[in-house]
Ligand binder design. Structure first.
Ligand SMILES: NC(=O)C1=CN([C@@H]2O[C@H](COP(=O)(O)OP(=O)(O)OC[C@H]3O[C@@H](n4cnc5c(N)ncnc54)[C@H](OP(=O)(O)O)[C@@H]3O)[C@@H](O)[C@H]2O)C=CC1
Ligand SMILES: CC(=O)N[C@@H](CCC(=O)OP(=O)(O)O)C(=O)O
Length: 350
């Protein structure tokens, strides 16, 4: 009897920093990705432990049944590596992978700035220098062609993802004055897995706390990316909200032309018409629950007040479209996989 065997070649991927929140989220999403195998995960603290011991929510995922944490990043061998590590750490591990021809998607801020003096000013650390490979800023809706060709993708910051997508169509069309204000509310998981006084439950619960009111490091990231499509000066203030996940951003700008709410909706529908992960809410206000656990960026509001101020609201899940989901979207683009592969979760209501 002749048996037919169909051999499916899976891409080997590794996650450096897989005990953190974005590393865990990569593991959750990749569990249902049909084109990849997760072959290495790293941790200094949990080296030697089985993945289910550290992340019990993954129990039962068949493809992870032989997956253990390794402590030594140099042992990692894969086709694609996600570095889900703090800024400063990423730049110490990424170059070693690039030298071996491995493609890397870095979730930190280390490779988001072409101008390293801006990086050093806002991150307050010295940069080791950019590697001599093609680097792309990983916001697919604005930079897909460059992502396809990149060896290193700098995954955007969580606030920049929601802010840039909220205002890009109006910037591109030149319909707003130069100054744009972004007011964002974020969930506590944005601060990472290690607790601090700021993230301590009694300090977060029943409070909304503005922080880094005029000096957050995502302000220059938002500004330099928007300046690739138009001319803007960005003001940005984040607030910590008593929620685990999600970023709601309200963008305020002043129109240069007398256009209606409906004209604005048409511009957004046209700009994002073919984008699977951007949903336009033409007659509703986006909610964080709708995007929870998903790779969607929901955009709505679209109101103009009597002074010509346009208000646009965006919602993302900071750990998905704001980090790990977008990182997988970037991997899919780099590898020629279907862009939505592994990212088809839908949100909640409530
Ligand atoms: N949380 C979010 O919403 C977002 C985060 N980001 C960025 O993504 C990156 C990861 O964030 P997040 O998951 O929240 O961070 P966490 O603090 O939750 O996790 C950090 C991970 O990095 C590992 N790590 C830390 N230091 C080192 C080191 N010196 N060598 C090797 N591994 C190390 C830790 O592993 P261990 O201690 O076990 O060794 C841990 O797995 C950061 O750069 C963050 O700024 C970007 C967008 C959104
Ligand atoms: C709640 C909270 O603390 N959020 C973090 C998000 C930072 C982040 O994600 O950092 P990078 O994208 O620059 O790597 C903050 O505001 O610093």
């Amino acid at each position: 009897m002749i048996t037919k065997k169909i051999l499916v070649m899976l891409m080997d991927v590794a996650i450096v920093g897989a005990t953190g929140y974005t590393g865990a989220e990569l593991l959750r999403l990749l569990a249902r990705h049909d084109d990849v195998d997760v072959c290495y995960i790293t941790s200094r603290r949990e080296a030697g432990k089985h993945v289910f011991k550290v992340h019990p929510h993954l129990k039962g995922v068949d493809k992870y049944k032989e997956l253990y944490f390794v402590g030594d990043v140099d042992k990692v061998d894969a086709d694609i590596v996600f570095t889900a590590t703090p800024h400063g750490v990423s730049m110490s591990v990424v170059p070693k992978f690039l030298e071996r021809g491995v493609r890397v998607i870095d979730l930190s801020g280390d490779y988001r700035f072409e101008d390293l003096s801006l990086y050093e000013k806002y991150y307050n650390i010295k940069h080791v220098g950019l590697p001599d490979v093609k680097i792309a800023y990983g916001l697919p809706e604005l930079n897909r062609e460059n992502i396809k060709k990149a060896q290193l993708v700098a995954n955007p910051g969580c606030f920049p993802t929601g802010a840039i997508l909220a205002i890009a169509p109006l910037v591109k069309e030149g319909l707003i004055e130069e100054r744009v204000i972004f007011d964002s509310k974020t969930g506590v998981s944005g601060a990472g897995v290690n607790p601090t006084e700021t993230t301590h439950f009694p300090n977060v619960n029943e409070n909304i706390t503005p922080y880094k009111i005029t000096k957050h490091r995502h302000a220059p990231e938002i500004e330099k990316e928007l300046n690739k499509i138009g001319r803007v000066k960005v003001s940005f203030t984040p607030h910590l909200a008593p929620i685990t996940r999600g970023i709601l951003t309200t963008a305020h700008a002043f129109l240069t032309e007398d256009i209606s709410d409906n004209d604005i909706i048409d511009i957004y529908n046209e700009f994002y018409g073919r984008e699977f992960f951007v949903r336009i809410f033409s007659d509703d206000i986006p909610r964080l629950t709708y995007v929870r656990g998903t790779n969607f960026c929901d955009i709505g509001g679209f109101e103009v007040d009597c002074h010509g101020r346009v208000v646009v609201v965006s919602c993302i899940d900071n750990l998905v479209k704001g980090a790990s989901g977008q990182a997988i979207q970037n991997m899919n683009i780099m590898c020629g996989f279907r862009e939505e592969e592994g990212l088809l979760d839908i949100g909640l209501n409530p």
